[in-house]
Design a protein around this ligand. Structure first.
Ligand SMILES: *Cc1c(COP(=O)(O)O)cnc(C)c1O
Length: 359
């Protein structure tokens, strides 16, 4: 069987069955059921946050956040992320304004944000890419100065902490994805986190068509998630530390075995930061080198992924092109290597050898 860039963690089947039995007994499958509520509660405790909504996926999370903050006009954003970061902006009829990334973490370059602000700018939507923190203090300062909202697409940041706080606790809103490929997953799923109670209340209503029983408040959407997905989350959450520790060990093995005379990797310069080992990206010397390595790994059924390609400022459906040379270069050369729970050391050695002998 092919080795993919990641393999979903699956919990003890008996434990999952125990939750499924409960669902059968109650006959309550979705619509803010008891397991959804329980998952929200344990996630709030685990993350140390107040207002958390469990939603259908990490993309609807961003869309609801944009809607609830009533954003219109230009949103400053990163070109180096998954396409959902940009498409959510477009879907909500706002205009993405790309600010290039810095070359250590590949996160949005906070020093370039101010010059991209215009009268139409309403918000900053940045990604903690690979789980490394954006310059949250600098971004907050700029947002205050220009009265902008801040949304973090924290889809990669579950389990990462900065200055003792979950990375999901920053910004006006942080969103996360609990998709099967992420460090913590609920098969499909995601969450929205915010500090403001009124905003939480608004997003709570948006999540369920904008009504509660017979009270119709607003135009809403279906952003709900089910009891079955919540059950998977309840099984996986107690395993998160173990999952992260196992991924850390695999990353350290790659660190030892890969040839760093030819490769680099994005890292956070922050000392007060705990990584979640969400990805293992390496930066090849050139796109040709990347394609060669990808081809050689493909021959033995190992499928790394080009996270993230293309640079989002080059998405074909954008009407304008604004150059982001650092991001474009990173996109051409970044390859995320297989990384998952309980990965065999011999597999990491095998992959590393192939890479080293083809660069
Ligand atoms: C996975 C991901 C998303 C989308 O999450 P879904 O749950 O798949 O909708 C959004 N942004 C980033 C950066 C992601 O990696």
């Amino acid at each position: 069987m092919a080795i993919q860039v990641t393999k979903s963690f699956l919990p003890d089947k008996e434990l999952y069955k125990h939750y499924i039995d409960e669902i059968w007994e109650r006959g309550w499958l979705t619509n803010n059921g008891p397991l959804v509520k329980e998952l929200e509660k344990v996630l709030q405790t685990y993350l140390g946050v107040k207002n958390l909504l469990f939603v259908g996926n990490g993309t609807i999370a961003i869309q609801i956040a944009i809607k609830a903050l009533e954003l219109q006009g230009e949103i400053i954003t990163t070109p180096f992320s998954y396409c959902a970061t940009t498409t959510s902006i477009l879907w909500e009829n706002c205009k993405p304004v790309f600010v290039d990334i810095e070359n250590k973490t590949f996160n949005i370059n906070a020093d370039l944000i101010e010059e991209a602000i215009s009268e139409k700018t309403c918000a900053i939507l940045a990604t903690h890419v690979y789980g490394n923190p954006c310059e949250v203090e600098k971004i907050e300062e700029i947002a205050k100065k220009y009265n902008l909202k801040v949304i973090y697409d924290a889809a990669h940041a579950f389990g990462a902490t900065y200055k003792g706080q979950s990375l999901l606790s920053f910004g006006d809103v942080s969103t996360c994805s609990f998709h099967a490929t992420k460090v913590f997953h609920t098969i499909e799923g995601g969450c929205i986190i915010c500090k403001d109670d009124e905003l939480y209340d608004k997003m709570y209503k948006y999540r369920s068509f904008g009504h509660i029983n017979d009270d119709y408040f607003t135009v809403g959407i279906n952003g709900k998630n089910s009891e079955f997905h919540a059950a998977m989350g309840l099984c996986n959450l107690p395993k998160v530390e173990e999952i992260i520790a196992s991924r850390k060990a695999s990353c350290e093995t790659y660190d030892i075995l890969l040839d760093w005379t030819k490769l680099t990797k994005p890292v956070s310069p922050e000392s007060d930061f705990q990584y979640n080992y969400a990805y293992y990206p390496v930066i090849l010397p050139s796109e040709d080198a990347l394609l060669k390595v990808k081809e050689e790994l493909g021959k033995v059924d190992i499928i790394p992924r080009r996270y993230f390609f293309p640079s989002l400022n080059q998405l074909p459906y954008l009407t304008e092109y604004s150059p982001c040379p650092v991001s474009e270069s990173a996109s051409q050369r970044a390859l995320s290597l297989p990384l998952f729970f309980d990965m065999d050391k011999s597999l990491i050695r095998f992959i590393s050898n192939i890479i080293n002998s083809n660069i």
